[in-house]
Design a binder for this molecule. Structure first.
Ligand SMILES: *[C@@H]1O[C@H](CO)[C@@H](O)[C@H](O)[C@H]1NC(C)=O
Length: 414
């Protein structure tokens, strides 16, 4: 278990370095003068913004949009609308499956590129689903090389995914064609000593990124939905916030619109506290240091050891979080701010310090885009009992189907 955690932490740190290096250094010309009509973010839609967010970071994304469009711009929801357009006027869906599919589409755009999106989406989706389903079991994590059926399946689908991605990388290289996606950034990246990334490294990194950026968000957005639909008061508050913001932005849903969704933000944040996607983090100790407990006991931590921060446990500390078992997004609200009051590392759903998750803004943004759309356009009801946790998975997920019935709102809030 610890080995996996170490490997995972190292993989994430490595990913962070490559992405940062890969981000092209580009001089941004001064934005042009004032514009009267707010231009629209066309074509690429919000999914395109997410791509910039993912490859270049939040500031760069806002700056890019500002440079291109001026200080006011609108965002088109083409991709998302298309996706939910296939839902009928009313019906029932397995929310977990729907969100999994949708998040794969987003990742497909941001990470994998158009080859996957256009030609082999279903195949890659199924293979990745099987990879996480078989490879994320505790049995596979504890005994990765044991001759278990799940391990065999994991290795088979990993090989198939590799073959697909290898083909894409080779075809891009041989044709000299480049695309605007993370895969391309990884292909073009160079190490400090000038060496290029190898095919195997690119493929390993893209699969880790897919795991870090999609699998965790699928589960976090499903938990968020399950809590919202089981707590009428928070659901009402979140819908009310959508109404207010749509009024405020007169239907032009720009970046600020998503930035102001405090209620929804807290609902997601609280779902992540109660169900942290990564249940613990580990760090290798490079220098001796001492820690002091709340009770005043001091410990010397020697270098060379690996320390583990059990997020799953830390998120429930009663001296930080009042009634920790209760889903209560308001604990992060004005006047309470329990995470801040409890000290710098009270809230570690995205880890902390130098190797904190680089995808935090990306995660919040994609979950807000999805859930705000659902809240504005559908009346939703949870049909199955509140899901239990499947603890057999390394990213503990809602067990079984999460069935939701939906009805299109007669007057969509937008
Ligand atoms: C670090 O801790 C170890 C074990 O307690 C000790 O042997 C070593 O001398 C310490 N190193 C430093 C630089 O203090």
């Amino acid at each position: 278990m610890t080995n996996f955690a170490i490997w995972f932490a190292i993989a994430l740190a490595f990913v962070a370095v490559v992405i940062l290096r890969a981000a092209p250094t580009r001089t941004i010309p001064d934005p042009k003068g004032n514009r009267l009509q707010p231009p629209a973010v066309t074509g690429g839609s919000i999914i395109g913004l997410l791509h910039t967010l993912c490859t270049k970071g939040l500031r760069a994304m806002v700056r890019d949009q500002y440079t291109k469009l001026g200080s006011v711009f609108t965002v088109s929801f083409v991709g998302l609308k298309d996706y939910f357009a296939k839902w009928g006027q009313q019906g029932k869906v397995n929310l977990k499956k729907e969100l999994d599919h949708l998040l794969m589409l987003i990742s497909g755009r941001c990470l994998l590129g158009k080859e996957v999106r256009e030609k082999m989406f279903e195949e890659v989706f199924m293979l990745f689903y099987e990879l996480t389903d078989n490879g994320m079991r505790l049995s596979s994590v504890l005994f990765p090389y044991a001759p278990l059926p799940a391990n065999r399946r994991r290795d088979t689908v990993r090989a198939k995914l590799s073959a697909i991605f290898t083909e894409i990388v080779r075809s891009r290289k041989s044709s000299g064609r480049t695309e605007d996606d993370v895969l391309q950034n990884l292909i073009d990246s160079k190490y400090g000593d000038g060496r290029s990334t190898t095919e195997a490294e690119v493929i390993g990194l893209i699969i880790s990124l897919l795991f870090a950026g999609k699998h965790t968000s699928t589960i976090a957005s499903t938990w968020t939905g399950a809590y919202l639909l089981s707590n009428p008061s928070y659901l009402t508050a979140a819908v009310e916030e959508q109404k207010q913001l749509v009024r405020k932005y007169s239907g032009y849903l720009d970046y600020g619109f998503f930035h102001e969704m405090d209620v929804l933000h807290r609902c997601i944040k609280e779902a992540l506290r109660v169900h942290p996607p990564v249940p613990w983090f580990s760090r290798k100790v490079h220098k001796n240091f001492t820690v002091r407990t709340k009770e005043g006991q001091e410990y010397e931590i020697p270098r060379g050891h690996t320390i583990v921060s059990p997020v799953l446990f830390n998120s429930y500390l009663p001296h930080i979080y009042k009634d920790p078992d209760v889903y209560d997004p308001d604990r992060f609200g004005p006047g309470r701010q329990e995470d801040k009051a409890g000290g710098k590392f009270s809230y570690t759903a995205f880890s902390g310090g130098r190797h904190a998750c680089i995808g935090e803004s990306y995660a919040y943004m994609q979950i807000k885009v999805i859930w705000s759309h659902l809240l504005r356009n559908f009346e939703l009801k949870l049909e199955t009992p509140f899901p239990e946790t499947n603890w057999n998975k390394i990213v503990p997920e809602p067990k079984g189907e999460v069935t939701v019935s939906y009805k299109r709102r007669l007057l969509p809030i937008q």
